[in-house]
Design a protein around this ligand. Structure first.
Ligand SMILES: *Cc1c(COP(=O)(O)O)cnc(C)c1O
Length: 426
């Protein structure tokens, strides 16, 4: 068969883009070559509806083993009793938990999207805000930290069936114990969505959500540095508390309801090639090299924040506990949208982001979100953060000057040649 040069030339171009640029999108990372190889394997050919040992298709003996490896390694990473590695993405993981425990119209309580939350936590344009009755808590105006008093007051007022914690653009750790306390008081279940900081939680660099939250969901492609996908976890299985019955009228354990919610609830056949790649990534997370990586992520994030503050950038909450910072650009007289566009011209990728109490729309925004997981994988250390901040600052302070931006781009491209990316790919 003739090689599809049209597609493969574009893939080659994307590899070069990734090599040349500074990747600061907080939700992105670079997987190992092994992860890519597992994903690009013959396992994509296999149908395997069901779970290891109980499939609806023949010939699953091998993929049973790759999926079981992924499950076992994930359990080991977080010291948990239950793991489902089939969700196609983080959004799917959250949808499955909701399907397992909620009825249409049930009240839920999550962090407002404009304050750092995620679409799947109750946004009006998402299934979570259409099927369920969404309610929100926020962050405080003064400190930019989760307003736990507001969360508690809202919980008592609306009596949610589920409280969702976790965020996409929040640089501080979470008080899971406090959330569980009010949840028990009002009869809610707690779901922690650790899509962003999961890799740091895996190495005990942040609070452990598992003892306090009934369910923990995550993506596998952000700090966990695996293939694009989702996972659902519980430290301990338990009998579902709302007396929810399955279609046959039986009361089931949550593990059972969650498995059924993923398949056949919201998904068909699992992506066994991606699940094998998850197994590879989880194996990597269990190594000392990944522990070093997670520690370096925190060090780089702190160094980045410090260098930004020195240039009078306003970081929401004044700093960071994790892998990202959210910057309010209003004192710099540039919108998030314009900042994003100017940075891209210098081969620096970051995304515009609303800041708490933003006066601009989600399309324009007053802020940008910067994360270090990807550049840390490239091999950057604290001493490289000053270059990164200088480059960002030069672009943002000269956003209309194409000559200066062209010079920064050249400097960025030169700088990145010292951090090899997939050298095996030529
Ligand atoms: C990224 C993210 C998700 C969704 O992940 P997808 O894989 O894009 O579906 C869910 N929740 C949070 C908090 C996220 O940051």
């Amino acid at each position: 068969m003739q090689r599809d040069t049209l597609v493969f030339d574009l893939i080659k171009q994307e590899l070069e883009r990734q090599r040349h640029g500074i990747e600061l999108i907080a939700s992105e990372n670079f997987t190992s070559l092994q992860v890519i190889q597992a994903m690009g394997s013959v396992l994509t050919n296999k149908y395997a509806e069901g779970y290891p040992g109980r499939r609806y298709y023949a010939g699953c003996e091998i993929v049973d083993q790759t999926e079981q490896l992924a499950i076992d390694r994930l359990k080991q990473i977080f010291n948990i009793e239950y793991a489902n590695v089939q969700p196609h993405s983080g959004a799917q993981a959250n949808a499955a938990v909701a399907l397992a425990v909620l009825q249409p119209g049930d009240p839920i309580l999550g962090l407002d999207l404009s304050m750092g939350g995620h679409l799947t936590h109750g946004s009006a344009v998402n299934y979570s805000g259409k099927l369920y009755q969404p309610n929100f808590y926020g962050v405080t105006r003064e400190e930019g930290r989760v307003d736990y008093e507001m969360l508690e007051a809202k919980a008592r007022e609306v009596k949610p069936k589920m409280i969702i914690c976790g965020a996409s653009a929040y640089s501080r750790d979470w008080d899971y114990e406090r959330i569980r306390k009010v949840a028990d008081e009002v009869g809610a279940l707690v779901m922690a969505d650790i899509a962003h900081p999961a890799g740091l939680i895996a190495k005990n660099l942040l609070n452990d959500p598992f003892d306090h939250c009934h369910f923990v969901t995550s993506t596998t492609h952000k700090t966990l540095r695996g293939p694009r996908g989702g996972i659902i976890m519980m430290r301990k299985d338990f009998e579902n508390p709302f007396g929810l019955k399955d279609v046959k009228g039986n009361i089931r354990m949550m593990s059972n309801l969650l498995d059924m919610a993923v398949f056949p609830g919201i998904q068909g056949g699992p992506l066994e090639h991606v699940i094998a790649a998850k197994a590879v990534a989880f194996g990597e997370i269990l190594t000392d090299a990944y522990t070093d990586y997670a520690n370096q992520v925190i060090k780089n994030s702190q160094a980045l924040a410090k260098a930004l503050v020195a240039k009078e950038y306003q970081i929401i909450s004044g700093g960071t506990d994790n892998h990202l910072v959210l910057i309010d650009l209003r004192n710099k007289n540039i919108s998030g949208k314009k900042a994003e566009q100017a940075l891209v011209m210098a081969d620096i990728t970051a995304n515009k982001n609303m800041v708490p109490y933003d006066d601009k729309s989600a399309f324009v925004t007053s802020g940008i979100r910067l994360g270090v997981p990807a550049i840390t994988t490239r091999g950057m250390k604290e001493e490289h953060m000053q270059f990164v901040v200088n480059a960002i600052d030069q672009v943002l302070m000269n956003a209309d000057d194409t000559n200066i931006i062209a010079q920064v781009k050249k400097d960025v491209n030169d700088f990145m040649t010292q951090f090899a990316l997939y050298p095996e790919l030529g």
